[in-house]
Design a protein around this ligand. Structure first.
Ligand code: HEC
Length: 158
């Protein structure tokens, strides 16, 4: 292959990789998630609800980031953990979902070589991480690894 063509192909394939990194979920849809045990439940507050000042900073930031969901009314959620995953020693597999009950969306964490990967899907498996900036994997990563010990290996619940 001639050199110019080869570098053009390399350039195009690197472009494709970076575009998909921006637009796509890094975690796959976790089949069987609805049989995972519920670790605990909570509520993302709507945009008209004052965020209690005594909540930990990461939780306050989470409320601010997602208060637009459900037309600004927020949503109830379940944290579900894959029972085959061992906390702190995650295998290459789906790890947990944040089940956003009222809006029927799953935020997904899986592990690959010990590193957390993130994704966002509707419950009927449509990929939606490109639908809003707060659903992009880079946003998930910045919060899930930006609060010191609040999250361990990319997993935040206690
Ligand atoms: C601004 C901070 C913040 C952002 C952004 C964020 N999360 Fe989280 N996430 C949290 C917090 C805090 C919890 C723990 C909630 C609880 O324990 O009730 C959590 C919980 C989770 C859980 C349940 C397992 C765990 O880690 O506790 C999953 C799965 C999850 N998030 C995935 C995602 C995905 C995917 C994205 C991006 C689309 C995302 N999160 C964006 C803060 C954030």
């Amino acid at each position: 292959m001639n050199g110019t063509l080869k570098s053009l192909i390399l350039f195009l394939s690197s472009l494709l990789v970076s575009v998909s990194a921006l637009a796509a979920s890094d975690a796959a849809f976790p089949d069987g998630w609805d049989s995972w045990p519920i670790h605990h439940s909570g509520q993302i507050l709507g945009k008209d609800t004052a965020i209690p000042a005594d909540l930990p900073p990461i939780v306050q930031e989470t409320m601010k980031t997602y208060n637009w969901v459900g037309d600004g009314k927020g949503t109830a959620y379940n944290v579900r953990i894959n029972p085959s995953q061992k906390a702190g020693a995650y295998a290459d597999a789906p790890t947990a979902v944040l089940e956003l009950i009222d809006i029927k969306v799953l935020l997904v964490t899986e592990h690959l070589l010990g590193e957390p990967q993130y994704g966002a899907y509707t419950m009927d498996k449509q990929e939606i991480s490109g639908a809003h900036p707060s659903l992009a994997p880079a946003t998930c990563t910045s919060c899930h690894s930006g609060y010191g010990e609040a999250c361990i290996t990319g997993v935040c619940n206690k």
